[in-house]
Write a protein that binds this ligand. Sequence first.
Ligand SMILES: Cc1cc2nc3c(=O)[nH]c(=O)nc-3n(C[C@H](O)[C@H](O)[C@H](O)COP(=O)(O)OP(=O)(O)OC[C@H]3O[C@@H](n4cnc5c(N)ncnc54)[C@H](O)[C@@H]3O)c2cc1C
Length: 291
Amino acid sequence: MYPSRFNYESPKTIEEAIALLTKGNGEAKILAGGMSLIPMMKLRFASPEMLVDINNIPDLNYHRADADGTFHIGALCRHSDLEKSSILAQHQPTLAATAPLVADPIVRNRGTFVGSVCHADPQGDWASAMIALDGMIVAQGPKGRRTIAVRDFVTGPFQNVLASNEIAIEAIIPATKGIRFGGYLKLERRIGDFATAGVAVALELSGASVIRAGIGLTGVGSSTVNATDAAQSLVGSPLTSEAIERAADLAAQAAQPRSDHRGSAAYKKQVVRTFVVRILTEINSTKTKAA
Ligand SMILES: Cc1cc2nc3c(=O)[nH]c(=O)nc-3n(C[C@H](O)[C@H](O)[C@H](O)COP(=O)(O)OP(=O)(O)OC[C@H]3O[C@@H](n4cnc5c(N)ncnc54)[C@H](O)[C@@H]3O)c2cc1C
């Protein structure tokens, strides 16, 4: 199917893009990688009157680790940039484990990290990693910039808190106080498919003790699930097998999947439980080898 008729604009600055979005008065949409928006337009789930293509705005395609320990991902950083990134592999184990599991190579070449978080698909892989990492989105609108925690950013399936004339400029992952460990596991029916269920884990350890934990779940709720009780249960003690089993049980309880063509709700909960055990057990053995 063809999309409805729309106007196309290609601003050269963020300010110009914001002015166009303001003019669009809620009927304009930002085009980043187009890997979600274009299919939605073709299916007529979205019919914006104007597309504001941000691909010609310079200096938005970056990712970097700053000296203060924060990690920054610009609005035009593609999934594939992150997949190939040695800086990401060095600093962000949860994101590095997620990158090769997002969609397929064609989509990864074009789709953006920030666009994926903005799209707020309950089956989006990056949102779970960002929830686990307590990540943030920096948005710019006519009144300037604001920083929003990803846990408050998504308001429902395919919905976020951005005003219609705000642009997400970058994602920020906060600095750690301890040593960072993490992982992401995803069950997909075939390579490139959306998740039947996925689990992102981000831990900070000081010695043997967990000092911060985050667990995000993909595809098992109407939005990305923030498994706070499961994560909190890990904090303050070492990663014993009892602690791992308890966190896995709590994560499975937090999951609210629906039975569908990808599997039954009970099966998806079991996948979540198994993945939490696998990721935490792997972290435990990596940590022991490194010590
Ligand atoms: C075949 C296929 C398989 C896929 N499989 C997966 C998968 O397994 N896992 C997964 O996570 N994703 C998957 N995706 C989605 C893919 O990851 C998209 O790239 C991603 O969801 C959106 O990024 P984008 O840059 O393409 O955004 P676009 O499609 O350009 O935009 C998506 C939405 O976000 C908004 N937006 C984009 N950038 C900004 C910004 N900077 N500020 C404000 N709003 C913005 C747009 O207006 C639009 O509403 C798949 C897509 C396809 C086509």
